[in-house]
Write a protein that binds this ligand. Structure first.
Ligand code: E4P
Length: 224
């Protein structure tokens, strides 16, 4: 399973990348807005130069022609850019056209298996089901991942399932068990994947015992 970070914050991206386990980055217009007064294309370029992996950057046009034009511009920014296209009727047409040109795409804002099926048929490289936002409506976000994985397996679609809108480690675990190809998550969720109180307590005890062992050795050698 590939792990992506869902942010446009360069400090977070660098720190996650330094861990050596990062496979890519996803951004969206809201995350770019959070970075303040940055030039969008320059910022995307910097992210691409920071991480060796796919970097999703989203179009904001809503017409086929507008999306394709923005996709061309984003594609020129860096070879690692994957163009994010919203799951609308125009988006499906744009995905089809971009696939024919060999431009990589991530179809975003997916909330149903039938949407995911159309995105795959249109040649999307990634489909992004937003599982946290589905859970927010008291529905089952990971259940959607399971259904999409099943449909893609049934028909050998190549589109990779990218579990998005992840809120906590259980989402990551359940997406992995469901067979998602990728999970993208905020930096704090990535760090939370590491957390376990028994690890902290166990390490504390090992280190205390190691100090006691060294003291005992010194005492026996008459050095205490
Ligand atoms: C995915 O690519 C989206 O940027 C993201 O996961 C949305 O997450 P949110 O629902 O927490 O905004």
């Amino acid at each position: 399973m590939k792990l992506f970070i869902d942010t446009a914050d360069l400090d977070e991206i660098r720190e996650a990348n330094d861990m050596g386990i990062l496979d890519g980055v996803t951004t969206n217009p809201s995350l770019v807005k959070d970075e303040g007064n940055v030039d969008f294309h320059e910022h995307v370029f910097t992210i691409c130069e920071t991480v060796d992996g796919d970097v999703s950057a989203e179009v904001t046009a809503t017409t086929v022609d507008g999306m394709i034009e923005e996709a061309h511009r984003l594609h020129q920014v860096h070879e690692n850019v994957v163009v994010k296209i919203p799951l609308t009727q125009d988006g499906i047409k744009a995905l089809r056209a971009l696939d024919a040109e060999g431009i990589e795409t991530n179809c975003t804002l997916c909330f149903s298996p039938t949407q995911a099926t159309l995105a795959a048929k249109a040649g999307a490289d990634y489909i992004s089901p937003f599982i946290g936002r589905i859970d927010d409506l008291s529905s089952d976000g990971v259940g959607l991942i399971e259904e999409i994985v099943q449909i893609y397996d049934n028909y050998d679609f190549d589109t990779e399932v990218l579990a998005a809108s992840i809120r906590h480690p259980t989402h990551v675990k359940r997406a992995a068990l469901a067979g998602a190809d990728v999970a993208t998550m905020p930096f704090e969720t990535l760090l939370a994947l590491l957390d376990h109180p028994l690890t902290d307590r166990g390490l504390e005890r090992f280190l205390a015992d190691w100090e006691a062992y060294k003291d005992a050795r010194k005492a026996e050698a008459g050095l205490a």
